[in-house]
Ligand binder design. Structure first.
Ligand code: HEC
Length: 163
């Protein structure tokens, strides 16, 4: 008996709460305007991708010898891949990263490459190697260097196909 009464009381309380939140929800929507705000990233800007010219030729030139010394042994002198290490250029590589970001790729280098001694290169050097990898994948060079800030690299989409 007591339990049944408590249940009824609880149900009434919940119903009351529901009514209150429904009302305040309406009030909130009215106060703050339409609920569909545009995403904070801003869709009006042209989205950046690897096809936008996001590194410079000089930067890729700086990355080339670093690649040769620190990566080529495993990934092949022409980024074609080796016995255990995958290719870092070509269609398979591009499709493997399609839909991710250059930031994701950079993160991969920062965390684990060169394999076994990821501290062998500084962040700036890894960005140069990344620029070289982009060039070897036939993505166009541009006027500005690839930045080393993770948040800015995250904003560059990795797309296998030219838009
Ligand atoms: C000692 C060998 C070795 C060296 C040196 C090395 N890698 Fe790797 N790398 C590997 C192996 C093995 C894998 C695959 C296993 C894994 O994902 O960890 C790999 C995976 C990767 C991947 C992920 C590829 C994909 O599509 O999933 C990237 C990117 C990469 N390496 C970049 C580099 C770069 C850039 C350097 C030089 C700074 C480097 N690696 C140096 C062995 C190496």
């Amino acid at each position: 008996m007591a339990r049944a009464a408590a249940f009824v009381a609880l149900a009434a309380l919940l119903a009351g709460l529901g009514a209150v939140t429904a009302v305040s929800g309406v009030a909130g929507a009215v106060a703050s305007g339409p609920a569909t705000h545009p995403p904070a990233t801003g869709t009006t800007q042209t989205p950046l991708s690897v096809w936008s010219g996001v590194y410079t030729a000089e930067q890729a030139d700086r990355g080339a010898p670093l690649y040769e010394v620190e990566c080529g042994e495993c990934h092949g002198p022409s980024l074609e891949g080796g016995e255990t290490a995958p290719a870092l250029a070509g269609a398979d590589f591009r499709w493997a990263w399609n839909g991710l970001s250059v930031g994701d790729l950079f993160e991969r280098l920062c965390v684990s490459m060169p394999e076994g001694r990821p501290r062998a290169l500084t962040r700036a050097q890894k960005v140069d190697v990344l620029a070289y990898m982009l060039r070897e994948n036939a993505f166009p060079a541009g006027d500005a260097e690839l930045p080393s800030r993770g948040s800015r690299l995250d904003a560059i989409a990795f797309e296998a196909l030219a838009p």
